[in-house]
Write a protein that binds this ligand. Sequence first.
Ligand SMILES: Nc1ncnc2c1ncn2[C@@H]1O[C@H](COP(=O)(O)OP(=O)(O)O)[C@@H](O)[C@H]1O
Ligand SMILES: [Mg+2]
Length: 257
Amino acid sequence: MTSLAKGETRAAGGPLVRLTGVNKWFGDLHVLQDIDLSVERGEVVVVIGPSGSGKSTLCRAINRLESIQQGEISIDGERLPEEGKALARLRSDVGMVFQSFNLFAHKTILENVTLGPTRVRRKSKADAERRARELLERVGVAAQADKYPAQLSGGQQQRVAIARALAMEPKVMLFDEPTSALDPEMINEVLDVMTSLAREGMTMIVVTHEMGFARRAANRVVFMDGGRVVESSDPESFFTNPQSDRAKDFLSKILNH
Ligand SMILES: Nc1ncnc2c1ncn2[C@@H]1O[C@H](COP(=O)(O)OP(=O)(O)O)[C@@H](O)[C@H]1O
Ligand SMILES: [Mg+2]
C-alpha cells in the first residue's frame, strides 16, 4: 500500500467507509444530523469539533456500537447489518482505539493481542503469537509482552491497544481521542505510532485535538458541530482559512490555549 499525499484522495474501488444521510437521535437530542461522509482507501480523516458535537457517536455508529435511525453506513461496499454474524465480521474489519485503553486487566499484554485473532479470526495460537509479537515490536512494547496492563504506562497501554486492533487485520482504524487521557510526555509516542500507520497507507478516522498530528498525517479534516459536518477540507485550508464562523471560533479557542 502507498499512502496518499496531503489533500489527495483515491477513487479506485469506491470508498472504504461511506455514510449516507445518517441521522441519529438520543431521545429528543438529534445527535447526528444528515451526515454524508466517504473515506477512501488509504485516506486519513481527522475529525475535530467541540465537546458534545457527536464525534464519538459517529465513531460508534461506524462499527455499530450505536444504531442509527436513518441512513446507511457501508464498509468496503457492504452495508452494515443490524446484527448477527455478518455484523461481527464487518465489525472486525473496523479496528477501534478509545480514549480509555480498555485492555483486559487480567490478561497479559501478549494475551490481550492474541485473544481476538484466536477467538474471532480462528487463527492458531502459534500464528497469533507470532503476529502479536511483530505488532508489539512495531509499536515499541515488545519487551512488555508478558506483563499485565497495570504494569505499563498509559502511553504503552495505548500502543498495546493499537497493536491489539491491528492484530485483527482491520480495513480501517478508528481512533476516538486516543491521547486525551495521557500525560503530555506520552502523547507523542502514541501519535508517532499513528503517524507511521498513516504513512504505511492505513485508512484511518481519527478524532483528536492534536493539530500537529492533523497537519502532519491527515489528508482531510472534518469539522463537526451540533451533530453536523460543518466543514471538510484539506488540513492546510482548514487551519489557515476555515470557512465557517463556528470553525473559526473553535480554532481560535484551541490554538490559543
Ligand atoms: N448514550 C447516550 N445517551 C444520551 N445522550 C448521549 C449518549 N451518548 C452521547 N450522548 C449525547 O450526545 C451528544 C454527542 O455526544 P458525543 O458523540 O460523545 O460527542 P463528542 O464525542 O463530540 O464529545 C452529547 O450531547 C452527549 O451528551
Ligand atoms: Mg467524544
